[in-house]
Design a protein around this ligand. Structure first.
Ligand code: ZN
Length: 146
């Protein structure tokens, strides 16, 4: 949420702080959802239209420098998707607070505008929210995902 014009830095900081205080459990890492063909020519996944296998929901994170992957059931993914969304919001709020702090030190010290610099590459890819198209709806011409 961008700060409205005229709001003081203290107010902006308080708003970020309040949002941080509302965050629930946060799960690190990223979710990858795949559907796949098995390669058997007579399988439904080879039909037209294909009925692919899956979803295979993989939760990937880094533990002591090593990638750890765990497969989630669709029910688990639905249950914990908000925790992944919380982690995404936490990262956004952290970035917002840092940008605000850079503005404040520049203002307080009379420095020229501080360039935020190149952000470090994210350690994890952004996590998608719950897929509204799961389970996959039948394709209808002109239909549009929400
Ligand atoms: Zn198959």
């Amino acid at each position: 949420m961008p700060a409205p014009k005229g709001r003081s830095a203290a107010q902006a900081r308080a708003a970020i702080q309040a949002a941080l205080g509302q965050i629930g459990f946060c799960l690190p890492g990223s979710i990858t959802i795949r559907h796949a063909r098995c390669g058997k020519p007579r399988c439904a996944c080879a039909a037209d239209p294909p009925s692919l296998h899956g979803p295979y929901i993989q939760w990937t994170r880094t533990v002591h420098g090593k990638t750890v992957t765990r497969t989630l059931t669709p029910a688990q993914y639905q249950a914990y998707a908000p925790w992944f969304a919380n982690a995404r919001q936490l990262r956004a709020l952290t970035a917002e607070l840092q940008a605000l702090s850079l503005e404040e030190i520049a203002r307080a010290e009379g420095w020229a505008k501080i360039t935020p610099g190149t952000p470090a590459p994210p350690r994890t890819r952004p996590v998608r929210g719950p897929n509204p198209n799961y389970p996959k709806p039948p394709k209808t011409p002109g239909s549009q995902s929400a």
